[in-house]
Write a new protein. Sequence first.
Length: 350
Amino acid sequence: MADSEFLFNMDHGYLEGLCRGFRSGILTQGDYLNLVQCETLEDLKLHLQSTDYGTFLQNEPSPLQVATIDDKLREKLVIEFQHLRNHSLAPLSQFMDYITYSYMIDNIILLITGTLHQRAISELLPKCHPLGSFEQMASISIASTPAELYNAVLVDTPLAPFFVECISEQDMDEMNIELIRNTLYKAYLESFYNFCQNIGGATAEVMGQILSFEADRRCFIITINSFGTELSKDDRAKLYPRCGKLYPDGLVKLAKADDYDQVQNVAQYYGEYRNIFDNVGNGPSEKTLEDRFFEHEVKLNVLAFQQQFHFGVFYSWLKLKEQESRNVVWIAECIAQRNRGKIDNYVPIF
């Protein structure tokens, strides 16, 4: 154990320390209490200047827009992530590449959707998430038909293995776009999970917990969203990632579910998921299922920092910062719309 820790610090110790430094700059509950008391977006900007965000909004003209805040939060996060990625060595560099694959999937789905609706790819590229960009984006933008786009994805992107395994050229025309997304995510999560398990040690333990939850969350959401649609139970079951705690018995039960109550009954067999479903409400001051999932995700990502010498901190830091960005944008929206009744409906991190 001592040798592995020593070797970890040789290659990855500096970046892990840097990542933990980034983590220490995450907004505290005290910061949120100050943010929700802001009367205008300019007040919000002034308070953020006193945090690790510093002067990231100083060059933005007044009146400040919520969309501008959202863009700048993402831009700052992307710069920090890319700095870590650019200085990483294998296998950390491969791990961080895996993190970007989920954003690549969303970007590819956006491009496929635009192509199917005869939208110019050049219009869609600015809407793509920068963490999901890749060198061959330009070649994909040349594709004008689903078949050309499929071939471009197979040849020019890191997602090629996921496409080959689960999607054919004919599917680009026939399959529902969300089916393509969920099929790709299934292959991606299973591959990422196996990659982390092969690394072993604390990375396998921490990321095993996080990715198992992510897989199970997708299974629950896919099942609930399928009710009232034409998606058959057999096709639905094919979309379930098989790397979570629900696999295999829970997935068999989910595949047979016909309504929300039956999904909730499946969750009763798993302590952490039982707590999530039992605390869901539809009232204005109650948390939705999505909120509860976000809260549990935050909990797992915070716990990742309790251990050292593993790659999970890089994943967890990114996810915590994304949740923080959602919180800040939510508060900014409530301030801009003068809807202070819901301003406290953010997901606290610390």
